[in-house]
Design a protein around this ligand. Structure first.
Ligand code: SIN
Length: 284
């Protein structure tokens, strides 16, 4: 594919999006996230998000207020029960020192989606690099549609009508929150694009409904091998003032913990949604 073919230039504004991998992720330029977005630019960014699933912005020295204002263009902000910054509750610091405090274990790091324990998980997130190591601490996103399309047919058939439990009960109890245990379809149909998306969260003790524990674990292990394929991924190297904006309904992500005891801090704003994941089946 030529680089020209990879470039989407908008006629309506200065926005341009350069793909960072053939299947997911584009770096967007021509927008200043410190400024309010015009409705046209907001709509174009929304369309770019649907097309690329994760958008990256460089050299965006945004304040807390500008971070929140940018995210608010795409929906109501979600106030996570585990809390946020004192002055800005909807900005959640993701602080590596917390991993160390709770016993750093690389094997507890998983491919996941955000807030999938909710009946209506978040639409997406805007993540800002607050303090990052010189090298390392990248984040990877995987295209949930590509994962599904790339799967062996027998595996895809096996998961076709299955549901998986998303269990965040321990953390919720610690925060004094009661919320019922939720299961979602393993394959969800994207509410805007209609694309079928593979959507399992390995951070939330997944267990497949109607299978016994051993069967569920075996199937999930086979599925995890599919999720991990680099062909479905984009890996983003953070720099000072980088921002990522992703569609949580379409992609899984993984934060690489390869930076030792560096106190990496990211700041995340979650955008809420009323959508309950569902599956639309083609008419027979
Ligand atoms: C997240 O998992 O939402 C944050 C990703 C990161 O820390 O890079």
């Amino acid at each position: 594919m030529s680089s020209a073919a990879l470039k989407v230039q908008s006629e309506k504004s200065q926005l341009s999006a350069q793909k960072l991998s053939p299947v997911i992720g584009a770096e967007v330029s021509g927008v200043d996230l410190r400024q309010p977005l015009s409705p046209e630019t907001r709509d174009e960014l929304h369309q770019l998000l649907l097309a690329h699933k994760v958008l990256f912005f460089r050299n965006q020295d945004i304040s807390y207020e500008q971070h929140l204002a940018f995210a608010r263009n795409f929906g109501e902000l979600y106030d996570h029960p585990t809390g946020g910054l004192d002055k800005y509750r909807t900005i959640q610091p993701i602080d590596a020192r917390e991993f160390v405090k709770h016993g750093y274990d690389l094997r507890k790091n998983h491919w996941h989606t955000d807030t999938s324990w909710r009946l209506n998980p978040s639409f997406g997130a805007v993540l800002r690099a607050a303090d990052i190591p010189d090298v390392g601490g990248d984040t990877i996103w995987a295209n949930g549609g590509e994962i599904l399309r790339g799967m062996p047919a027998d595996l895809r058939e096996q998961i076709d009508s299955l549901y998986v439990i998303h269990d965040y009960q321990d953390a919720l109890k610690k925060s004094g929150v009661r919320y019922p245990l939720v299961a979602h379809p393993i394959i969800r149909t994207h509410p805007e694009t209609g694309e079928d998306i593979f959507w399992v969260n390995w951070s939330l003790k997944p267990r497949i409904v109607d299978l016994d524990r051993a069967e569920s674990d075996a199937l999930l292990a086979r599925l995890y091998d599919e999720v991990k394929r680099p062909e479905y991924q984009v890996r983003f190297r953070w720099q000072k003032h980088s921002v990522a904006f992703w569609d949580n309904r379409a992609a899984l992500h993984y934060a690489v913990r390869d930076y030792g005891d560096y106190p990496r801090v990211m700041e995340r704003v979650l955008i809420g949604s009323n959508d309950i994941p569902y599956r639309v089946r083609p008419q027979a």
